[in-house]
Design a protein around this ligand. Structure first.
Ligand SMILES: [Zn+2]
Ligand SMILES: [Zn+2]
Length: 254
């Protein structure tokens, strides 16, 4: 059994055929899904999806892209309140994205801190999105010794992975590890210890080879798992077992 530890099932790309998408994933052994919140205004939609499918869980949080809309007074209280839903198992995705910088950096850092505070208060893990912001991401996390969670869709350097592991975080790999130009990332994947690895699709984005450019969907978690099995020289069964174990150990509000 596999877990898609990061997908966006409420996005319009899945509006017409979510039942079929879930069914196709289950046929490929993907039996648990974590659908990730990117805007608090969509938290209720996501919770509805999680209510509908017994094996879909969800998070509450605002993407760093949208940080500027999520630093209003009372956002901390909103995070805490929305996280009371029984299928919320994590906080995010939050973090820092200096590649797109859709929100100013200071706003992103402020929003990130608020999410970390809420996650500690709730004792729920963080789902962290970080791109071209290694130093500030690590500095912000280190302000909160109790912070825990996962660096999702990892595409950073070996140094960043090592720092994240040293802080006790998990590392989640997506279909990017199948891309031709991702040798450096495959090298990172080869050294991350098996008890700290998760897999995800980040669907509907980032479809793995051979589906690159098309809509991504949770079924393709198995492609990333297969690639990981090849990189690490470990059987697909062991990859599936260990990444599933890791998922339930980290997201343990079940
Ligand atoms: Zn992300
Ligand atoms: Zn995402």
């Amino acid at each position: 059994m596999l877990v898609d530890s990061h997908c966006h099932l409420n996005f319009p790309e899945f509006k017409d055929d979510l039942d079929a998408v879930i069914k196709r994933a289950e046929e490929k052994g993907v039996k648990t899904f974590l659908t990730i919140n990117t805007k608090l205004s969509e938290a209720k939609d996501i919770q509805k999806i999680a209510d509908h499918y017994p094996n879909v869980f969800c998070t509450v949080g605002a993407h760093p892209h949208d940080a500027i809309d999520h630093n209003y007074e009372g956002v901390y209280e909103d995070l805490i309140k929305l996280a009371q839903h029984p299928k919320v198992v994590g906080i995010g995705e939050t973090g820092l994205d200096y590649y797109y910088e859709n929100s100013p950096r200071a706003e992103q850092i402020e929003s990130f801190r608020t999410h970390i505070r809420a996650s500690i208060e709730l004792d729920l893990p963080l789902v962290i999105h970080t791109r071209d912001a290694d130093e500030d991401t690590l500095t912000t996390i280190k302000e909160f010794p109790k912070a825990k969670g996962v660096f999702h869709c990892f595409s950073g350097s070996r140094d960043l992975a090592k720092a994240a592991l040293d802080l006790g975080f998990y590392i989640s790999f997506s279909g990017i590890i199948t891309f031709k130009k991702a040798d450096d990332l495959r090298e990172v994947a080869s050294f991350v210890p098996m008890d700290r690895v998760l897999v995800e699709t980040d669907s509907p984005f980032l479809a793995p080879i051979p589906h690159r450019g098309a809509r991504n969907e949770p079924a393709y978690t198995y492609i990333t798992a297969m690639k990981l099995s090849e990189i690490k020289g470990i059987s697909l069964e062991d990859i599936a077992r260990q990444t599933t174990l890791n998922f339930f150990k980290l997201f343990n509000r079940f």
